[in-house]
Ligand binder design. Structure first.
Ligand SMILES: [Zn+2]
Length: 120
């Protein structure tokens, strides 16, 4: 009876030992550093997708001079590229700076866009 238990334990330990030796020699199991390296491009893509383009959010406000504002107001719709008409501006405080928020509405699809500008 005791030899049955000892034999089973010996077989299990032997199989584990063989598995460890085989893995060390041929790298069968994935390594932590390789898994992390493989996940970095996907993480970078997810972070990039979450980041707003210039002017789309207060954190990515466009730096512009007052002379550039007419150009920013005359942009075309981001959705359908039709002309837009300016809407009343807003001012917001963000991170200790006062930002100008330009609003424009598409004349075709009614898409309203806000553009955050840090006027210098
Ligand atoms: Zn549009």
């Amino acid at each position: 009876m005791i030899w049955t238990i000892v034999g089973t334990i010996a077989i299990v330990l032997g199989a584990i030992g063989i598995g460890v030796v085989v893995d060390r020699k041929w790298h069968i199991l994935p390594r932590k550093d390789r898994l992390q390296a493989a996940s970095r491009p996907r993480l970078a893509a997810a972070v990039k997708a979450a980041i707003h383009a210039a002017g789309e959010a207060p954190g990515t406000a466009r730096a512009a001079r007052a002379s550039e504002l007419p150009t920013l107001r005359a942009r075309r719709c981001a959705t359908c590229h039709a002309p837009t008409e300016p809407q009343p501006d807003d001012h917001v405080m963000y991170d200790g700076r006062e930002l100008l928020v330009l609003h424009d509405r598409c004349t075709r699809c009614d898409h309203v866009r806000a553009t955050y500008v840090d006027v210098r």
